[in-house]
Design a protein around this ligand. Structure first.
Ligand code: SAH
Length: 470
């Protein structure tokens, strides 16, 4: 991936001071995931260009992820990550151009605060939402935006355009602003990040977004994508960007907001849960996955959209649910390449099932509470002893949170068919026991807004076969 920055400010070679990189020298920097090179293809009084070239070691990306069958290993090495502008580029900007990003220049402080003519080009930038999205993000910031798209393959125009674009930004401004905009918006365009996103990511976003993000017309989209679509985090970030502090004196406005967020919460929790499951599955490096108790196939639908999942099997005990899943997924209309990635099977989690062996990961989302408690140990053995996927992502309601809902349509539990609901302690005790008995390690993640007293509405356990790596 390649980022070039050009200026025609006089003398243009001042760019070297601003970036803390001498125009006469090529330099290389070791980063955790590869090597960054900085060099100047041109450096005259009139025009100077600095290039940041990032060489990502594909092996490094795979290392530490657990292998998952021979075919899958090859696929892990063949990904676009080494070649496109992504969150790796943001890390490189922060590490290699950190002083400039922060707007400092000890040798020539006046330069750092000067608005100078700048032109930046990012090659191979994946843009989810295409050219329109590129314009939507950068034009409101005052850039003249140039976009060059490509065909996926010139010989096959019917395949359409490639998701990768070459982006050119022109503007007269401080170099630190340009770098900051790229730092935040490149991963937003790409819409994925190579690392787990948590609370500290909000702080980073607010710091880097100071002075421009709060008023950006695409603010909410930027925040949501930057925080990997975790609604709880996004809501907090937006609230803080909008200048609302906790204990806002305008009590009625606050009450309105609260009301809204409660409604949103109810609408959004399912979506958020599936988003978190998807993210954990991606992180685990899984290719072949099971969705056990798949219901109407909402998770399968998300998995299908991500081509890194090569085989997806949904199982449910209910024929009716499987039928609805088939309809939702339009199985009969899927292109053959997708059709062969997905399979729906009828079966029960209370029994050992040979068809479930040999998968990288299993999702068991909001299912165990539908099992009679005396069946739990059979379920445990069928999944952790017999099927034995490397990763198991399991969610269930947190009963403590129920007091936060004004009405529970199903009385004490959230759903008429729930046989039990657990507190955080009960869930952790059961999960730790399972992990212990079958040689897994386990970690816990909250799903949904975490309440300081009663915790999150949904609790998640992620089991990994053997010791956790990293
Ligand atoms: N995972 C889905 C559906 C959750 S609802 C989602 O998050 O949207 C629970 C599902 O578990 C139902 O579809 C129900 O039919 C299924 N289920 C209940 N008992 C089961 C069992 N013993 N084996 C397999 N699936 C079961």
């Amino acid at each position: 991936m390649l980022l070039t920055i050009t200026t025609t400010h006089r003398p243009a070679t001042d760019l070297g001071f601003l970036l803390h990189k001498h125009p006469g020298r090529a330099q290389a920097f070791d980063l955790a995931f590869g090597r960054a090179h900085v060099f100047y293809p041109e450096a005259s009084e009139e025009r100077c260009t600095a290039a940041l070239l990032l060489e990502i070691a594909p092996i490094g990306l795979v290392r530490g992820r657990q292998g998952s069958g021979e075919g899958a290993i090859l696929e892990q090495y063949v990904s676009d990550r080494p070649y496109v502008a992504s969150s790796f580029m943001s890390v490189a900007i922060a590490q290699v151009y950190g002083t400039a990003l922060n707007g400092r220049c000890s040798a020539r402080p006046e330069l750092a605060s000067a608005r100078i003519p700048l032109e930046a080009t990012v090659a191979a930038l994946p843009s989810r939402g295409g050219e329109q999205m590129l314009r939507r993000l950068f034009e409101p910031l005052g850039y003249t935006v140039g976009v060059r798209g490509r065909m996926l393959d010139e010989r096959f125009p019917e395949w359409g355009g490639s998701p990768y674009h070459t982006l050119t930004l022109e503007s007269e401004r401080r170099l630190s602003e340009l770098l900051t905009h790229l730092y935040v918006l490149v991963p937003v365009l790409d819409d994925q990040k190579h690392y787990w996103v948590g609370q500290e990511e909000i702080e980073k976003l607010l710091r880097r977004g100071e002075g421009w993000l709060a008023d950006h017309p695409a603010r909410d989209l930027i925040v949501s994508r930057y925080l990997k679509r975790q609604r709880g985090l996004a809501r907090e970030a937006i609230r803080r960007l909008a200048g609302e502090e906790e204990g806002d004196p305008d009590a009625s406005a606050e009450a309105r907001d609260e009301e809204e967020s409660r409604v949103e919460e109810r609408v959004g929790l399912h979506e958020q849960r599936l988003g978190t499951v998807l993210s954990v599955l991606r992180q685990s490096g899984a290719r072949r996955v099971l969705d056990l108790g798949c219901g109407e196939g909402r998770l399968i639908q998300l998995l299908l959209r991500d081509r890194s999942f090569t085989e997806i099997v949904g199982m449910d005990v209910s024929h009716a649910a499987l039928e609805r899943a088939g309809e939702r997924l339009h199985l009969d209309r899927l292109p053959p390449s997708d059709r062969k990635r997905v399979k729906l099977i009828h079966g029960s989690l209370a029994y050992r099932d040979r068809r479930l062996s040999g998968y990288d990961a299993a999702a068991v989302v909001e299912v165990i509470e539908h099992l009679d408690p005396y069946r739990l140990s059979a379920f445990e053995r069928a999944l952790f002893e017999a099927a034995r996927p490397r990763t198991v992502v399991l969610t269930t309601p947190n009963i403590e949170y129920n007091v936060r809902w004004e009405t529970l349509p199903a009385g004490r539990f959230r759903h008429r068919d729930h046989r039990f609901e657990w507190s955080r302690r009960e869930f952790r005790e059961w999960s730790a026991g399972v992990a212990e008995r079958h040689g897994y390690s386990v970690r816990y993640l909250p799903v949904g807004p975490e309440d300081p007293e009663v915790g999150p509405p949904t609790q998640m356990a992620v089991f990994s076969l053997g010791r956790e790596v990293g």
